[in-house]
Design a binder for this molecule. Structure first.
Ligand code: NAD
Ligand code: DAU
Length: 379
């Protein structure tokens, strides 16, 4: 299936900018339209290296504004949509759940409906069209921690991908795991996933849904664990570890996620769900220690000198204990594999944040938001 005009929503955010960059550079024959509201999490500086490319266009818009979605999809004759725009931070969803429902649920619904109206108005209808919805492993809820005697089934896959970190239990999220979201963020994402599948089953819209584990890498907003802690270690600020730091996440380098999105967009089967993950489970406290050691070493401080910054704080309400993705379907059917060992990815990531202190200072000061307000008006 070859798409000519691809709309990428949330392209100015963390994962989105890596997807936009990959598509703009890899598919010069396609027009890549990046659509973003530029909330606090969206930053056009993330895309400065592609903004002058002839096949790139940017539109500032809110996905919950259905008339705008209708206009943009028609104006750019969009035939493929990769939908990443969302409110993405669990802690913010606890204090401001309605914004998450508005963007993640109503925004996705507006985009779906606008795409449906346009595609159904064309003579070829849904031929050559695809609505690709990016979702999260958090919709599946939480897995228990256990220490099985035997080797869990996906271990062989993990070893063959060159990633050898130990699993913290013998259960994994598969594409058939029942939805059981616990936070307002994951409840809103779960709801949007259901709407996307309903548009496939009810209207015949070609859709794909993917559920990915935790991403890390350059350009992540420093409210999330890894960039927040790198910045705090550098400035010798406290590192607020929730609870006892025993929660487990499955980490994937963001460019590996972007490659998976490319593979699935072009070769995934309509109506299917694919899980994306790194078979790379880490306890939060172990990541925090790894970050301290890496930042200290790269800044020429004695390794581990800043471990005393670790501060255990009140746990996040509803904090999911363990996420672990089984991505064997994607690996066996479409041949995707994660490319980086975690230690290598963390080293690259820490170096990037240390080398890009201006970017961090800019997004933490909010200066870029004032700039957008002047350029586009307040929205
Ligand atoms: P992010 O918060 O960094 O970026 C979100 C982007 O969406 C921002 O550019 C923001 O301006 C834009 N946006 C927000 N509300 C909008 C609206 N109403 N209209 C248009 N644009 C809007 O998020 P991220 O970490 O890049 O996540 C991207 C997607 O991937 C999300 O759907 C998220 O649920 C999913 N996801 C993220 C991870 C992860 O670890 N970060 C893992 C799995 C899935
Ligand atoms: O699993 C995929 C999800 O990963 C995505 O869908 C979300 O958009 C993304 O934000 C991420 O969610 P998490 O809640 O897992 O990410 P976060 O970086 O907020 O937290 C990672 C872990 O670290 C989690 O167990 C909470 C803990 N934590 C986080 C912060 C910000 C702390 O202990 N202290 C902190 O200050």
């Amino acid at each position: 299936m070859s798409h000519k005009n691809i709309l990428i929503t949330g392209g100015a955010g963390f994962i989105g900018n890596h997807v936009v960059r990959l598509f703009v550079n890899k598919y010069p024959e396609c027009r890549i339209v990046c659509l973003d509201k530029l909330t606090y999490a969206g930053n056009l500086a993330n895309l400065s290296d592609v903004e002058a490319k002839p096949n790139y266009a940017f539109v500032r818009a809110d996905i919950a504004d259905i008339d705008e979605m209708r206009r943009i999809i028609r104006e750019y004759e969009i035939d493929g949509i990769i939908h990443l725009a969302a409110e993405s931070h669990v802690d913010r969803s606890i204090t401001d759940p309605l914004t998450f429902a508005r963007t993640n649920v109503m925004g996705t619904l507006s985009l779906l409906q606008a795409a449906r109206e346009y595609w159904e108005s064309l003579p070829e209808r849904y031929d050559g069209k695809l609505f690709y919805h990016i979702s999260t492993d958090e919709v599946y809820g939480a897995l228990p921690l256990s220490h099985p005697d035997g080797i869990p089934a996906p271990f062989a896959t993990r070893a063959s991908s060159g990633v050898s970190h130990e699993a913290y239990g013998d259960e994994f999220f598969t594409e058939l795991t029942r939805y059981n979201p616990h936070s307002p963020y994951s409840a809103a994402k779960a709801s949007s996933d259901h709407f996307v599948r309903a548009w496939h089953d009810t209207y015949g819209m070609p859709v794909v849904v993917t559920n990915c584990s935790n991403n890390y890498g350059p350009y992540q907003f420093p409210e999330k664990l890894i960039p927040l802690f790198i910045n705090n270690i550098r400035h010798r600020r406290p590192l607020p570890v929730y609870g006892r730091g025993e929660n487990v996440r499955d980490w994937l380098y963001v460019e590996d996620h972007a490659r998976a999105i490319d593979t699935i967009f072009h070769h995934g089967k309509s109506g299917e769900t694919y899980n994306i993950g790194g078979f790379n489970e880490w306890k939060n406290i172990d990541i925090v220690r790894l970050l301290v050691n890496t930042v200290d070493r790269l800044l020429g401080r004695p390794e581990g000198a800043d471990l005393d910054l670790i501060t255990y704080v009140t746990d996040r309400p509803g904090h999911d204990l363990r996420y672990a993705i089984d991505s064997r379907k994607l690996q066996s059917e479409l041949g995707w594999e994660p490319s980086l060992q975690f230690e290598e990815g963390i080293e690259k990531t820490v170096r990037w944040y240390l080398d890009n202190q201006d970017w961090l200072d800019n997004v933490t000061s909010g200066d870029y938001q004032q700039y957008y307000a002047r350029m586009y008006g307040n929205r």
